[in-house]
Design a protein around this ligand. Structure first.
Ligand code: NAP
Length: 251
């Protein structure tokens, strides 16, 4: 069976490198393009010390225009990602996006384009199965508690605050409590030594219930991304933001 071609944007980043290596190791996927900013023009095989990988890192997705089709995987930052996504979707590539911090306007624009061009899209704030499971149990607990707060902690170089995962958690709780997302307190911690951590804490009569998820190594996101790449074509015309939809449809 033909391998699914993948272009990875953010390949030299903390997350992109960890996820990129998982993609490279998957026997049904093939890395055909690599994008970064400061590290553009480096050779990826040399960078990873892997002779089997003959790929030069480029800075602009348009340099990959010779590719007929690929899945764009993006772990960068929202401004440049919005441009790449627009280019990829209008060339009828499917997209798997981990980048967080998009404005509402960017998100709506992506949804419109995905629908217009009938490509598949997964825009998922957290690709780790643990974070997804925390979301599920917290929503379930929210049926029995009516107050709760979210605490997220990340490394100091994280740009957006609160994290996309925490914003999503707050909006899911708000939805089940019929409140506005901004009514659910979200606390953000940025400290050296942290990678990505989320706690959801519920208060009740004489008791407190705490759920917590910790990512210590960014390879935690790899499996979710690989599964999304395999399935994204099935999401034609819409943007999936729940990892559960990817896992549910995975064979
Ligand atoms: N959805 C999830 O599961 C998940 C998990 C973790 C992180 N994230 C998100 O992923 C994103 C990246 O996080 P990170 O911690 O890995 O960041 P990072 O270490 O700063 O890496 C950023 C990457 O993006 C590249 N980049 C930056 N600006 C660019 C531009 N204008 N054009 C092309 N490439 C550009 C960088 O290239 P250079 O190295 O060459 O500068 C680098 O490869 C963030 O939005 C973060 O919130 C999502």
């Amino acid at each position: 069976m033909a391998k699914i071609p993948v272009v990875m944007a953010g390949i030299t980043g903390k997350t992109g490198e960890a996820v990129g290596k998982v993609i490279h190791q998957a026997s049904d996927l093939r890395l055909v393009g690599a994008i970064a900013a400061r590290h553009a023009h480096e050779h990826l095989g040399n960078r990873w010390n892997d002779e089997t990988l003959d790929l030069s890192i480029v800075s602009d997705i348009e340099e990959l225009a010779a590719l007929a089709y690929a899945v764009l995987v993006d772990f960068t930052e929202p401004e440049s990602a919005a441009h790449r996504i627009q280019w990829a979707v209008s060339h009828r590539w499917d997209i798997v996006v981990g980048t967080t911090g998009f404005s509402l306007e960017h998100r709506q624009q992506i949804e419109k384009l995905v629908n217009e061009h009938q490509v598949g899209a997964a825009l998922i704030a957290n690709f780790s199965i643990g974070a997804w499971f925390l979301e599920r149990v917290a929503v379930e607990a929210g049926r029995f508690f009516d107050v709760g707060e979210v605490i997220e902690g990340h490394h100091v170089s994280k740009r957006d605050r609160p994290s996309g995962t925490a914003k999503r958690m707050a909006s899911l709780l708000a939805e089940s409590w019929r409140r506005q997302p901004e009514d659910i307190p979200v606390h953000s911690i940025r400290l050296p030594g942290l990678v990505a951590h989320q706690t959801v804490i519920f208060g009740g009569e004489g008791q407190v219930l705490t759920f917590r998820h910790d990512v210590h190594d960014r390879s935690a996101y790899g499996n979710g991304v690989v599964q999304a790449i395999r399935k994204v074509h099935e999401f034609r015309g819409r943007v999936v933001s729940d990892l559960g939809e990817v896992l549910k449809t995975s064979s």
